[in-house]
Write a protein that binds this ligand. Structure first.
Ligand SMILES: C[S@@+](CC[C@H](N)C(=O)[O-])C[C@H]1O[C@@H](n2cnc3c(N)ncnc32)[C@H](O)[C@@H]1O
Length: 238
């Protein structure tokens, strides 16, 4: 039977994430903690792949050349189109769900962000098409940062690191509010997530091997950029 990815529909009907202060702060923290690696600057044309409600563009638009917000969710595309209608250096583009012809989101990118998106991909072949698709629309030397790649291996140490992270970054209260909202008004999320079992499992070795095949430098970063201490962050250099 053909696999139907439940996340595609879920992200078309966001109830809590676009309003979440926690999610917005998480992106602020992610941008701050990754600035050393990514050096976001005025010469950059940045693709935010899987942009959601556009937090990345909101935070960085005034310091980078331009940002393209790209997503496959029609509701996020329409949300971002209204949000950035008057912002000259932010544009919005819909990703073809089968990833065919990524050039429709633009070309000549100098940096690509893909934050908390890859584990929603349907299969590993999709991951491979994504990495090679970016190769066609990015300039040589482009850095792709794939952040917060989910998995279902959370230990008590990860929970402890998550708690310390929220306290350190002043996100504890917002995290509590988000968790409460999920429990009270988005039971669908818990059902689909299945404690991470529904996420695509993307072994580090797969990404490293793919990098070799495509001639890219792939580095699995040890840094903790997000509350999800067990999630992976991977830098791909084209
Ligand atoms: C957890 S949200 C993250 C949103 C955003 N990156 C942020 O941090 O605020 C996941 C996003 O990935 C998008 N997404 C999932 N699969 C995608 C795909 N195959 N192509 C483009 N976007 C995708 C969803 O529509 C959703 O906006």
């Amino acid at each position: 039977m053909e696999y139907i990815n439940p996340w595609v529909e879920y992200w078309n009907r966001d109830k809590i994430w676009s309003k979440s202060k926690f999610w917005r702060k998480q992106m602020e923290v992610f941008v701050r903690l990754t600035t050393g690696i990514m050096d976001y600057n005025a010469n950059d044309k940045i693709l935010d792949f899987g942009c959601g409600s556009g937090n990345f563009a909101e935070i960085t638009a005034d310091r980078v050349g331009s940002v393209v917000c790209a997503d496959m969710s029609e509701s996020y595309i329409s949300m971002c189109s209204s949000k950035f209608a008057e912002v000259p250096n932010v544009t919005v583009a819909r990703v073809n769900p089968d990833l065919s012809d990524l050039t429709n989101v633009g070309t000549g990118f100098t940096k690509v962000i893909c934050f908390s998106v890859m584990h929603y991909f349907t299969d590993l072949d999709y991951v491979a098409r994504f990495l090679s698709g970016i190769q066609r629309i990015a300039v040589p030397g482009t850095k792709l940062l794939v952040g917060d790649i989910g998995n279902n291996n959370r230990t008590w140490i990860d929970n402890f690191r998550a708690l310390s992270f929220t306290l350190r970054e002043g996100m504890f209260l917002d995290a509590l509010i988000l968790i409460t909202r999920i429990w009270l008004s988005d039971s669908h999320y818990r059902k689909i997530k299945q404690r991470g079992d529904s996420y695509l499992s993307i072994p580090d070795a797969y990404l490293l091997e793919l990098g070799k095949e495509l001639g890219l430098k792939v580095t699995v970063l040890e840094n903790q950029f997000t509350v999800n201490a067990n999630y992976r962050n991977v830098l791909v250099e084209y």
